[in-house]
Design a binder for this molecule. Structure first.
Ligand code: NAP
Length: 253
């Protein structure tokens, strides 16, 4: 993974959870990390931690559902570190949770605007730099992209859209050296799982906290996917449950 040192990465949804862990893991590998989320003060504190450990990081306030904010994120990244070669599309929300009949159209649209449009916005804004660098895009997926779960119509639909966007992006740009991955991190002990548990809807909400992995576990796989060692997996939807991927990324069985 030494090859990652000096590269530039944008991590969206880096203010907590999987995004925070991915930013710290990449920062420890010498990647210059741009942490983006709406709550920039949380990103700033994490960026300081990365710098205190000898890494380089900045925080940028960004709502990924707003294309002008994402454009500004791309500009600030270039100005500070140069064009990004790594884009981790991690920002996401689970809500609204509940039956379709009980859902509000604005809340349903907000989910799609963050989870699906947000991924498109980030790819669209930084694609020129990514192509220059023969870079990497990792779209954080979910088992919910492929299996419907009660009460999660917006989340499942938006993640299914992201899975198709992963394939569409790979189809158009793999020939120019871009490596695009969908990566489902399994169930992870984050604020998102706290919200899921509180809802009491569907089997995921019945899982015990100990059943979820720590965010550092998928972060390790994310870092591995950024390396050229994972090139042969590009264009695919991957899951942390795959024993071969786990072994290749250095995780226990
Ligand atoms: P989390 O702890 O709730 O963190 C979500 C992150 O996304 C936060 O940093 C949040 O920051 C950011 N975010 C939300 N809306 C945003 C917006 N409009 N613009 C920019 N950033 C935004 O969730 P997590 O569990 O780490 O989830 C990370 C990713 O993994 C998501 O894509 C999720 O769907 C996926 N995933 C999680 C699990 C799991 O079990 N946890 C399982 C499968 C997939 P701000 O609120 O500060 O903006």
């Amino acid at each position: 993974m030494q090859e990652l040192s000096g590269q530039v990465a944008i991590v969206t949804g880096a203010s907590r959870g999987i995004g925070e862990a991915a930013a710290k893991t990449l920062g420890a590998l010498g990647v210059k990390v741009v942490l983006a989320a709406r709550r920039v003060e949380l990103c700033q504190a994490i960026a300081k931690d990365i710098e205190a450990s000898g890494g380089q990081a900045i925080a940028v306030a960004c709502d990924v559902s707003d294309f002008s904010a994402v454009t500004d994120l791309a500009v600030q990244t270039r100005e500070r570190f140069g064009p990004p070669g790594i884009l981790i599309n991690n920002a996401g929300v689970i809500e609204p949770i509940g039956g379709i009949l009980d859902s509000h159209p604005d809340e349903w649209a907000a989910n799609v605007s963050i989870n699906l449009l947000g991924v498109y916005h980030c790819i669209r804004a930084v694609l020129p730099g990514l192509l220059e660098a023969c870079g990497v895009v990792i779209n954080i997926s979910s088992g919910a992209a492929h299996t419907p779960l009660e009460g999660w119509s917006a989340y499942c639909s938006s993640k299914a859209g992201v899975a198709m966007l992963t394939q569409a992006t790979a189809l158009e740009y793999a020939g120019r050296g871009l490596r695009v991955f969908g990566f489902a991190p399994g169930t992870v002990d984050t604020d998102m799982q706290v919200k899921i548990k509180a809802s009491g809807i569907n089997p995921v909400s019945q899982m015990a906290r100990e059943d979820h992995a720590a965010p550092e576990v998928p972060a390790q796989v994310i870092a591995y996917l950024c390396s050229s060692a994972a090139s042969d997996l590009a264009g695919k939807e991957l899951t942390i449950r795959d024993p071969i991927l786990r072994q290749r990324a250095g995780l226990p069985d």
